[in-house]
Design a protein around this ligand. Sequence first.
Ligand code: Z5A
Length: 232
Amino acid sequence: MKAAFVVVEGLEGAGKSTVINAIENFFTMLGHSVIRTREPGGTPMAEAIRDCVKQTWKDETVTQETELLLMYAARSQLVHNIILPALANNIFVIGDRHDLSSVAYQGGGRQVPLENLQLLKRLTLGDFTPDLTLYLDIEPSVGLARAKGRGELDRIELSGLAFFERARETYLEQLALLENAATINAGNSIEQVQKDVLRALHNWYNAASSTTNTTASHANNRTVKHTARGDE
Ligand code: Z5A
């Protein structure tokens, strides 16, 4: 089977970092090479953007446009420098967040019009999309309590409960439109969440392996498309 891009999405404290270890093991045990990415971040420049976007700026308001543009700037760096080259070398990529986070947080949370997000997506990613999205669904108050247990909250985490409720609602609306996606109840125990994630991954993997030819041509197309862009 050709390498694929699998993304884990969810609100803070949903347990993404925890299940990504299990997903990495799943691919490794099957003999695949695998890398992990996180967004925003994943390249030196994108990590600098991450620091910039997460910190609280004294006496300066971070506008929603600045936040949005920084998310896409970081994503463009990551996709073109790391994810596409990895897929082209048949290395599976597990993403801790991707574009759906912008739709949920900036679109839902900050209420940026969806058409502005679509424009930026088109500009930075073309038609590149994950092969599978695993969404860990958690009540915002439960997720935030877990995140708080780890220490101080960053600028985005301080956005308030209503912000996270809008983000969750947007996640759920968008997931209903996606083909290759699974929603997992992240309010359950860590063991149960991990089990449910692995079941969804297994089902997707079996289906994708049995349509290898289609998957291979899909992977090649997107690589060619973005290589061509890079050569311009
Ligand atoms: N952001 C954005 O606005 N727009 C974008 O386009 C993108 C991102 C890409 C990234 O920060 C921030 O950027 C994020 C969204 C925004 N901000 N907010 N707010 P981050 O990467 O630092 O934050 P995160 O992605 O939300 O990571 P997280 O808070 O670490 O969440 P997590 O990885 O899902 O959770 P975890 O580390 O696996 O677990 C958290 C704790 O809960 C930990 O102590 C676990 O042991 C515990 N846990 C996990 N699962 C369970 C269960 N099932 N039961 C009990 N306890 C559990």
